[in-house]
Structure formats: structure tokens, C-alpha cells
Design a protein around this ligand. Structure first.
Ligand code: DGL
Length: 264
């Protein structure tokens, strides 16, 4: 494998930029190719078989670009292809679900863990499967479909979002969780309101941050990192409108997303 090659990051749309951001923070000299399937997003509302088909098609394209690793930044896509993506590709595959589950097992004191995610991720039961080796954990899952449109509209505060967060999170809080997995790409941008509703006693586990740590660990283990200071090059591809991607991307990534390319 070529350590000079870029890291490929795939998401259903814009949300995976939270993962790209975490990877850039931890591995600042790596080149990235990010592919967002915005034309077919949101994945979280679609049947898991369809998410699987879309995700494998996009991942095939990313691997064909000669990346040294693929990162499945999307929780719904990770849930859909978790079982076979590793067998399908020669390059290492890192996804978001298993690293977040591992961190939650290490973090919980009471064994009561919550996960918030899309409908697709919830119905796939991928998080339940990820915790099967930790029978001491009692996992409570809440699908939070309305969070994604809030974030994409640039809304991360205010009374409407707070009411929505109360509705989703109060049952988890009342059930006594002490750890919450942010099992969706957009949720790291909502940690303010989520912490406000749940209180400081609940630890938040960001699947984006845990995934980026896994990217670091796997590349380091394989001797594939760029360690010397250099100016990296990042490419952003979208199946939808480059202008929309650039607009939302600019908001989410503070100027890192420029020159978005159309990907057919
Ligand atoms: N990227 C998706 C996820 O993390 C959220 C957005 C969508 O539904 O496409 O599950």
C-alpha cells in the first residue's frame, strides 16, 4: 500500500465532514478525498438494503481512486455494510460504529448506555450487535430523525431545537443512562444542546472522534502515515450540487471545504 495515497472518506452527504474534521485534527498532513452522496441522502430514512447498495457503489468509486484507506463516516452506511466492507476491499476499512461502542464500554460506570442515531441505524440493530460482546451493557436506542435537518439548516440552538432534544433525550435521561453515543454524523455539532438536556453526569461519546482515533491507529500500525509537516491536499466530491455542498460545508468546516467537484 502506498503511504503517499490519500485517505478516502465516504458519507451520505455533508455530516461526515465532522469525521473529516476529526481526521484532519489528528492527522494534519494527510491528503483526503471525501465523497458525499448528497443526491441520494438522507440515508437514515431509507431501507437498509438500499443504503447498502448506495454505500457499496460509492465505496467502490472511492477505492478506485487509489486511496490507502476507506473511512465509512456515515453511521447508517456503516450499519448497512459493516459485515462485508472489510472483505470486499484490499485497503483497510474503518467505520464509525465499532470504535464508538468500544469507547462506550470503557466509559460507562453503570452499564446503562444510550445511542442516538437515524431510523436506518436503529432498525439495523448494528449497535446492539456491536455490544454483543459486552453483556453487562444495557443499550437504549433512540432514533432522532429531526436533528439532521436542524444542523443542515445551520440551527444548533434555540427553543425549537431544545424542545426537539427534550422529546428525544428525556426518556434516555429518565432511564438513567450515564453514557450516550452520538451515533450520527451530525450530532457532534449538537453537543451543546444534548449536554444541556442530559446534564454533566452523562458522558458523550462522539462516533466521529472515535473513528478518527481508529484511522490514526490503523495507519500507524501499518506504517502508512505522513509524519512530516507538509501542505495536504483535500478533494471534496458530491453526487449532488457542488454549490450546496460548498455552502453547508463552509459552515460545518470553517473554510476547509473549497472547490467541490461534481461526481456523477
Ligand atoms: N450520515 C447519516 C448517519 O450518520 C446521517 C444523515 C443521513 O441520514 O443521511 O447516519
Amino acid at each position: 500500500m502506498d503511504s503517499e495515497a490519500p485517505i478516502g472518506i465516504f458519507d451520505s452527504g455533508f455530516g461526515g465532514l465532522t469525521v473529516a474534521r476529526a481526521v484532519i485534527d489528528q492527522l494534519p498532513y494527510e491528503d483526503l478525498i471525501y465523497l458525499g452522496d448528497t443526491a441520494r441522502a438522507p440515508y437514515g430514512e431509507q431501507p437498509i438494503a438500499m443504503v447498502r447498495e448506495f454505500a457499496l457503489e460509492c465505496l467502490d468509486h472511492l477505492v478506485a481512486q487509489g486511496v490507502k484507506m476507506v473511512v465509512i463516516a456515515c453511521n447508517s452506511a456503516s450499519a448497512a455494510v459493516l459485515r462485508d466492507a472489510r472483505e470486499r476491499y484490499d485497503v483497510p476499512v474503518v467505520e464509525v460504529i465499532l470504535p464508538a461502542a468500544r469507547r462506550a464500554v470503557a466509559a460507562t460506570r453503570t452499564g446503562r448506555v444510550g445511542v442516538i442515531c437515524t431510523e436506518a441505524t436503529a432498525t439495523s440493530q448494528a449497535y446492539d450487535d456491536a455490544f454483543s460482546a459486552a453483556p453487562q451493557v444495557d443499550l437504549l436506542t433512540a432514533a432522532c430523525p429531526a436533528f439532521v435537518p436542524f444542523v443542515e439548516a445551520g440551527i444548533t440552538g434555540g427553543p425549537e431545537l431544545l424542545a426537539c432534544a427534550e422529546g428525544y433525550l428525556a426518556p434516555l435521561r429518565d432511564a438513567g443512562i450515564d453514557t450516550l453515543i452520538l451515533g450520527g454524523t451530525h450530532y457532534p455539532l449538537l453537543t451543546g444542546v444534548i449536554s444541556y438536556v442530559l446534564g454533566e453526569r452523562v458522558s458523550l461519546v462522539s462516533s466521529a472522534d472515535e473513528c478518527a482515533k481508529d484511522v490514526y491507529a490503523v495507519l500507524t500500525r501499518l506504517g502508512l502515515t505522513h509524519d512530516q509537516p507538509r501542505e495536504p491536499s483535500h478533494r471534496f466530491l458530491t453526487t449532488g450540487s457542488p454549490a450546496d455542498f460548498e455552502g453547508i460545508g463552509h459552515r460545518l468546516m470553517c473554510g476547509i471545504v473549497v472547490g467541490v467537484e461534481q461526481f456523477a
